[in-house]
Design a protein around this ligand. Structure first.
Ligand code: XIL
Length: 580
């Protein structure tokens, strides 16, 4: 940490900004380069091969950081004398935050453990990708509820081959998230439901430890997901490699947890995804591009594998998963080609799509079946039109398909409402639903932190929601991720873009959150008013309005003025009416 910044932070400890307060615990500036920091092993095993040494920041030689090599399991850095207790680490809106850097030689998948004294206050539910190589990344953790026990803060990645740097270990308190997770009536979910829509969110293992946190109602992510959304989709956990990691050996545990969570919170589940060229297990022999056939499967053999995969999974969740992405990303990005090269397309041919839908329909006749793709949102664009033509052919030949998914991984500024609307309408004409399945609207890194950019992003979100509200065949809209800290966009754009979601790193609402909430709430109000107007006999131009105690509110009110009545319950022309 640079000296000036340290000084500023120490001057304003616990008062960094209006709603987020930071307390620096350790920035390693008072150490000498080369000085060792203690390490500790949970089981008192030999730690002599591991080390934690204060070093120059690999990106900025004037800054001191801690360089850790972990060569034995369960070996953590022990930060003494921070003057904190386990109780200091827990609390509503409180996070432990630090900056993390990994050299490219370090493997990506590690499990973070944090102890206070010998009490564990945090562990990642599984080994997750912690951060990209050679880039400082802010990491943010919320602890399990803990007893008041004083002690040393110990943290580290559980690994025998980890090498990483940490800096600026701090406690962050969010005093105001900008939305009230306990106010069910003022949530995106509530207004979307009033409009008869599903509003969904993708959650993945690495997102604030979601699959461990989901049973803990005190966790911010758990509260956010269940209070603001009525649909959920697994970011990775229901993909081919996760569900059938070994041939014929299905792993349901994690996906089962997601489905149980959804049921507990009255949310619908979107299943993602059955047949795709990506995230396939090694045993399938499809290679890194998903387009090889290294096992030389015959067409019949591969169809059997696909049938078994789809039938087993869809039957397992029969009646519990509302809809499935049956075939994902099958359209080629090459404008001269219809289908992408994939093991499925190559070995089975275009009819792999038909077969996949048939197997899924047989396994759960009530689940809604979708095809899903990216860069297909706007009618008139080349890939969107090729997608449409493919889907039209599927419908013509009787493939059991209910809807079309538009992933909508969009750039800020690229939203074209008219083209999106046209797209949804042309699918309606085919008798199909058309939904937004993976919405994120990213910013270039140069605009990170810019309020103007966030406002523009919010306007784009609002446009999308409004188009879906104008189309009855668009019942669901899902957002691809919870907070900006866990978005897949930076990693997939070589860190040129990001911050595409509704919530920032600490789950504070961004303008996009309010835009989405307002779009649903405005429509819910209009719908309620329309209900009233439709209920009033059209011949009476003037109506008498009473409150529920029968006291007159307005007599001889012109019908058109009913819009201006404040929220409440009224008796209008002898009928009880709710004005929302
Ligand atoms: C992404 C996940 O978000 C990442 O965590 C993972 O590393 C790669 O896949 N289209 C899809 C999603 O259908 O499954 C992808 O999800 C994003 C693009």
């Amino acid at each position: 940490m640079k000296k000036l910044f340290t000084l500023l932070l120490s001057l304003c400890a616990f008062s960094a900004s209006a709603s987020v307060e930071e307390r620096m615990l350790q920035d390693f500036e008072s150490y000498q380069v080369g000085e060792a920091v203690d390490m500790w092993n949970i089981y008192n095993s030999d730690i002599s091969t591991s080390s934690a040494i204060v070093a120059a920041d690999p990106k900025d030689a004037s800054n001191k950081v801690l360089h850790i090599k972990s060569r034995s399991w369960n070996t953590l850095v022990a930060l003494h004398d921070l003057g904190i207790t386990a109780a200091d680490l827990t609390g509503e809106g409180r996070f432990l935050v630090f900056d993390l850097y990994r050299p490219s030689s370090d493997g990506a998948y590690k499990q973070l453990m944090i102890y206070c004294g010998d009490k564990r206050v945090y562990i990642d539910g599984s080994f997750v990708s912690q951060c990209p190589p050679e880039r400082w990344t802010t990491k943010c953790y919320q602890f399990d509820a803990s007893t008041d026990e004083s002690g040393t803060l110990c943290l580290g990645f559980n690994s025998t081959d980890a090498e990483y740097y940490i800096d600026n270990v701090r406690i962050v308190d969010v005093a105001d998230f900008g939305y009230d997770r306990s106010d069910a009536e003022n949530s995106i979910r509530h207004y979307a439901e009033q409009c008869g829509k599903n509003i969904g969110i993708a959650v993945a293992t690495g997102d604030a430890n979601f699959f461990s946190a989901m049973n803990d109602d005190s966790k911010v992510i758990t509260q956010t997901v269940s209070s603001q959304f009525n649909m959920i989709v697994a970011g990775n956990e229901m993909k081919f490699d996760a569900m059938e990691p070994e041939q014929g050996n299905f792993k349901f545990e994690t996906a089962d947890k997601l489905v149980a969570f959804a049921e507990q919170h009255q949310m619908k589940v979107r299943g993602h995804t059955l047949v795709w060229h990506s995230q396939l297990p090694g045993w399938l022999g499809a290679g890194s591009e998903g387009a090889s056939n290294n096992n030389n499967y015959t067409r019949d053999e591969l169809l059997k594998i696909m049938e078994n995969h789809i039938t087993t999974i869809v039957s397992h969740y029969k009646g519990r998963v509302h809809e499935w992405d049956v075939v994902n990303e099958c359209v080629s990005d090459n404008s001269t080609q219809t289908l992408r090269n994939s093991i499925w397309q190559k070995v089975i041919g275009e009819s792999f799509i038909d077969s996949a839908f048939v197997y899924a329909r047989r396994a759960d006749p009530d689940a809604k079946l979708y095809i899903n793709d990216y860069s297909v949102e706007f009618a008139g664009n080349n890939k969107a039109d090729r997608y449409y033509n493919l889907v039209k052919k599927l419908v013509a030949r009787g493939v059991p398909i209910d809807g079309v998914g538009l992933q909508a991984h969009l750039y800020q500024g690229a939203v074209d409402s008219a083209k999106l609307d046209r797209n949804m309408k042309r699918y309606a004409e085919l008798g199909l639903n058309c939904i937004i399945t993976e919405l994120d609207i990213s910013l270039p890194t140069s605009q990170f932190g810019s309020q103007t950019a966030y406002e523009k992003q919010a306007a784009d979100y609002r446009k999308i929601v409004n188009v879906t509200l104008n189309n009855a065949n668009s019942p669901s809209l899902l957002i691809w991720g919870s907070s900006d800290a866990y978005s897949w966009i930076p990693g997939s754009t070589n860190y040129t873009r990001g911050e595409p979601l509704l919530f920032d790193t600490y789950f504070c609402a961004k303008p996009a959150y309010y835009a989405v909430r307002d779009a649903y709430s405005a429509r819910a109000t209009t719908m309620a008013l329309e209900e009233v107007l439709n209920a009033v006999p059209s011949e009476s131009l003037y109506v008498d309005v009473y409150n529920i105690l029968g006291q007159p509110v307005r007599l001889h009110m012109h019908r058109s003025q009913i819009y201006s009545l404040p929220q409440g319950t009224y008796i209008i022309d002898g009928k009880v009416m709710n004005i929302r």
